[in-house]
Design a protein around this ligand. Sequence first.
Ligand code: UDP
Ligand code: MN
Length: 319
Amino acid sequence: MEVVWRNLRFKYVLICIFVTFIVSCLISMSPISNDDRKYDLGTSSRDRSDVKSSINALRIRRKSKHRLAILVPFRDRFEELLKFAPHMRKFLDKQYLDYHIFILNQVDKFRFNRASLINVGFLEVKNDYDYVAMHDVDLLPTNDELSYSFPDKGPFHVSSPELHPRYHYPTFVGGILLVKREHFMKVDGMSNKYWGWGLEDDEFYVRLKEAGLNITRPQNISTGTHNSFKHIHDRNHRKRDMTKCYNQREVTRKRDRQTGLHNVSYKLEDTIEMKISDTSVTVLNIALICDKSITPWCECNKMDTSKDAKAKEKKKDQK
Ligand code: UDP
Ligand code: MN
């Protein structure tokens, strides 16, 4: 009896092993692997690698010590923004940075004021971020050697004159500049006197120098002025506002000791969270306020009293 029982038990164990073997063979031969299931749900292989790199980036972000706010002065450059946002996500995710993009959208009727927008952006983010990138919307870095890491020692000029497609003078600090919070505050941010195109970055250079800050730039980069950045600016469609009225020309050639971060005047009308092809951005709708007793050139109209306008009028009269 004992022998029969043992035999039966042995057979039972053998059958179990056999069934388990067959079932695992069937599972491994099945055409629906994990990845294929994802594909069935409509995820392409390119999307999958994007998802993977985003997850990786998120993981590293949690560990990174410093938070970067990308501050993008902006008005009416929608087609450029559509390219900028996804490009920057792909570019910066490779550097495993903890960053967020802020679009500083000027919604008032005054002339464009890049520097004041950056001041406003800084004030709005400074409690949550350790450093800012003052970043043109139309300048896309294309060489992965260009680092956006924390500029502890001093401002880091990513789009250096040796690499920028258009501006090559040695004191140029426009385009893309990384500045840590303490340094931006030390120089009282940027001047608020620059309405229209140009010179606000040159004035900022003087602020940095006067504060004794050492500006550094990318070194040993394998690319040059033609292939480090894409400047996606259509200059026929997006004309630069170079008009000068009242005494704008004289005033904006000098270092401004009156205005800066401490007295930028604005109203934050809206904060809008949006996604541009999988890239999260925050749009700040900013209405700048112009004190016409200090900067009447925030609006240049036909009735202005500048030398330029008077000269033009004279010419017309002579014709
Ligand atoms: N900008 C804008 N709308 C304007 C003018 C300027 O959004 O009407 C922003 C935009 O981020 C742009 C930056 O200011 O990249 C610098 O202006 P622009 O490209 O005209 O100057 P550039 O560096 O090409 O001389
Ligand atoms: Mn441009």
